[in-house]
Each structure stands twice: as C-alpha cells, then as structure tokens.
Write a protein that binds this ligand. Structure first.
Ligand code: ADP
Ligand code: MG
Length: 338
C-alpha cells in the first residue's frame, strides 16, 4: 500500500518560519513601547519564531533590551518571565483563557481580526497593579492581557504548487499546527487544502497522537515537519520527512531528510519513492517468476541447462535494466544549497 495522506506542519514547513512583527494593539493606558519592552525582554530567551520576531523588533525599536529573569517556556502555549519585578506572560489567547487571565473584548477582537487574515496573534500580559472593575476587587497579583502582538509569516514560494502536485498523485494533504483554527484555515485556503483537513491548535505533545488517529482510520500517513515539536509525529508517521532547514531533533526522528526546504522537494520525494517502489515490485516479480518457473522445470529435466543459464542472465539483465529507469527521475526544481 502507498501513502494516502501527507500531513504538513505549517510554521517553518509550508511557511518560511521567519516571522515579522506587523502590528501592536494595546489596552487603554498602555504604550506600544511599554508592551514591546516587556514582551521583548521575556521573548529574548525564547527560540520560537514568534519569540525571535518580538525580541528582534523590540530591541531594534527601543535600542536594546533588559533581559527578563526566571524565564519559563510552555511549548505550544507561550512564555513567562519577570521584568522589573513584574511577572510578564506572552502567549496565545488559548493560554490566557485556560489560566482565566482577563482579556479585554477589544484585545480579543484584535486577535480574531489578525487570525482571519492568516496572521498569528499573541497576547502580552502583566499585572499593572490597577484595580479591576466589579465589587471592589483588586487586580493586584494577577496578570491580565495588556497588548496584542500580531506576527506575519510568509508562505514558501512553490508551496501551493507542491500541494497541487501531491493532490494530483491522489494523495490527500492536511495541515497540522499549534496555531489557531482561523489562522490555519486562512493559510490552508491559499494552499487549496480543504477545511476538513486542517488540524489546528494541536499541542506539540499531541501531534503524534493526531498521526496515530489518522493511522487508526486505516490511512498510510506521511508527515513533513521541521521543528522539535514535530519530532514525535515524524517518528510515528509511516513516512517521516524532515525539511532541509529542520532542527536536529526533527532530522533525527525522520525516515528521510529533504536536502532543500523548497516545498517541491516534498512532492519530488513522494514521486521518487513511488517510482522506486514500483521498480522493486516489478523486479521481485521478474526474479521470483524466473525461479518459480525455471527451477522446477530444470529439476524435472524439461530445461536444457544452457537455456536455463541464459534465462538466468536475462532475468538479471531485466532487473538491472528496469532499475535504471529510476535514473530518469528529475526533480521539479534543481536543488539549490541553502
Ligand atoms: P506551530 O505548530 O505553528 O509551530 P507551536 O505549537 O510552536 O506552533 O505554538 C502554538 C502557539 O503557541 C503559537 O501560535 C503561539 O500562540 C503560542 N506560542 C508558542 N511559543 C510562543 C512564544 N515563544 N511566545 C508567544 N507565544 C507562543
Ligand atoms: Mg514548524
């Protein structure tokens, strides 16, 4: 049986994974620079593309950052740290909601608007010591959302064409991401991946389970990813492919590593694997056929040993010649070293 579904990781695999900070929306009374200073200080210790983009932009705008202390990372959710004696938290709206941290409706709307565009929005929150509305409740001691930071990623050139090539091979294509449903659907639409094949808000530790679930539905699944958070899923898939710019963990867990991170390499690898498999099957048929027919005939004396010897050589030549057709394979785009 052959691969029936290819699951593509979104960030870093179909997109470049190098994000840019494109907008900041703040709560009333909070300055953009203040939000960037706090968020940037915490993200300065993060290796996530979101963190790198926020820290880079904050350092550029403010001319340097005072690093946070007590940095903690929650993969798939966000980060936290202490800046100027205040706990600062940067992460997804989900992360804030799970911890019941207050988020103003205007900030919520800013997140939704950005995600509808296919962008990634994270919240930055801290305890501003202000008294929250309601029955004399004090907000002190609790972080709350103070700003929305919007990040844009770029689709890799050729991603849409590569998806179309894979679909034309009769293979279903799915998109897997820890990002929001809305952002994932917007990206999927550009790639012509059907909404039912969008697997969003999947925590890093759940990615392998998602693959197992698809296999449980009887599908042979290939997975393509680049990140540490993809490693378990790459190992679980029937065929795990790490992209050329992938992390060591992804490359270690994958069955094969693509030399390039050009999405066409994914389709090329599938075509090459399919050709190779059909050659192996044909060769087996030739070699077995020869033995199954010729050996009993020779044993029963129906075959002249000279003819049998000749047939054996012909069988070997057919197998070698058949294998040479793999050399005719040419990738869609020549590999450009990165
Ligand atoms: P992906 O599968 O797209 O690579 P992740 O699982 O790494 O996504 O992250 C999922 C979500 O968790 C992100 O979209 C973001 O909302 C949040 N997140 C992860 N890391 C960070 C970070 N360093 N700073 C802020 N938010 C983060
Ligand atoms: Mg990734």
């Amino acid at each position: 049986r052959w691969v029936q579904m290819v699951v593509l990781d979104k960030t870093g695999t179909v997109t470049t994974g190098s994000m840019r900070l494109v907008a900041v929306t703040t709560a009333p009374g909070v300055g953009e620079d203040e939000a960037l200073r706090r968020a940037g200080a915490v993200e300065d210790s993060s290796e996530h593309p979101i963190g790198l983009a926020i820290a880079r932009e904050a350092a550029a705008r403010l001319g340097g950052l005072h690093p946070a202390t007590g940095f903690e990372s929650r993969p798939g959710s966000g980060v936290r740290g202490i800046v100027d004696d205040r706990a600062v938290i940067v992460g997804s709206l989900d992360f804030f909601d799970r911890r019941s941290l207050p988020v103003l409706p205007a900030l919520r709307r800013a997140v939704t608007a950005a995600e509808t565009e296919g962008q990634t929005a994270v919240l930055a929150g801290w305890d501003d010591g202000a008294v929250q509305g309601g029955a004399g409740q004090s907000g002190a001691g609790q972080e709350r959302a103070q700003a929305v930071l919007v990040l844009a990623d770029t689709l890799r050139p050729g991603a849409a064409e590569a998806v179309a090539r894979i679909q034309r091979m009769g293979i279903r294509v799915a998109l897997l991401t820890g990002d929001s449903e809305r952002a994932a659907r917007a990206v999927a639409a550009q790639l012509r991946i059907a909404p039912e094949y969008v697997l969003a808000r999947v925590r890093p530790e759940e990615k392998a389970n998602v693959i197992r679930g698809l296999q449980g539905d009887g599908l042979q699944v290939a997975m393509v990813g680049d990140g540490v958070n993809d490693a378990a899923a790459l190992a679980q898939a029937d065929l795990g492919m790490a992209t050329g710019t992938g992390t060591d963990a992804a490359i270690g867990a994958a069955d094969l590593t693509l030399v390039s991170s050009d999405p066409h390499a994914i389709a090329d690898a599938l075509v090459l694997a399919r050709v190779t498999l059909s050659v192996i099957r044909a060769n087996l048929a030739w070699a077995f056929g020869y033995n199954v027919i010729a050996i009993p005939m020779a044993a029963l004396g129906f075959l002249n040993p000279l003819i049998a010897g000749l047939a054996m050589s012909v069988s070997s030549l057919v197998v070698s010649g058949n294998s040479l057709q793999i050399r005719r394979f040419r990738p869609k785009r020549p590999v450009v070293p990165e």
